[in-house]
Ligand binder design. Structure first.
Ligand code: THU
Length: 151
């Protein structure tokens, strides 16, 4: 599990990433930040589409970037921040944003490759609330590379 400094840095990176969201349909901006074993960060933001169902969540974008770096096995933790921007672009919303089901599965792919039950930090848009979990608590009895004999 990341220490407290890492957690705050990770949440700040997720919040900054949310500013890059392309979310003209929902108006809900989400940022995700992955912490790697060398301390570096990989971020993503949600990308919506006029064909609504094609939307890519922030976590999925971040995991796809990580996979393209050949670095899935380096993941150690993730932070997610979401909310609606006010006029200044500051996120509002008091409830922590939890990863959707598909994103839990995407995160599990990296976590199994890493062999680490990664920490998942979920923060509110206004920064006032946070909830932390292990991925195994959010996605129990997961299916992943281990079931195909790949880890
Ligand atoms: N969203 C994410 O980016 N991550 C999640 O885990 C849940 C939902 C995005 C998708 C969509 O652009 C917006 O939030 C509203 O559902």
């Amino acid at each position: 599990m990341a220490d407290s400094d890492d957690t705050h840095r990770l949440i700040a990176a997720a919040r900054a990433a949310a500013a890059q969201a392309y979310a003209p349909y929902s108006g809900f901006h989400v940022g995700a930040a992955l912490l790697l074993d060398d301390g570096s960060l990989v971020t993503g933001a949600n990308v919506e589409n006029a064909s609504y169902g094609l939307t890519l969540c922030a976590e999925t974008v971040a995991v796809a970037k990580l996979a393209n770096m050949g670095a899935l096995a380096q993941v150690r933790a993730v932070a997610i921040v979401g909310g609606r921007p006010d006029q200044d672009g500051t996120l509002i919303g008091g409830d922590p944003v939890h990863p959707c089901g598909r994103c839990r599965q995407m995160l599990n792919e990296a976590a199994e490759r890493a062999g680490v039950d990664i920490a998942v930090h979920c923060a509110s848009g206004d920064g006032g609330a946070m909830a932390s979990y292990l991925l195994s608590a959010l996605l129990p009895h997961s299916f992943g590379p281990k079931d195909l004999g790949l880890v």
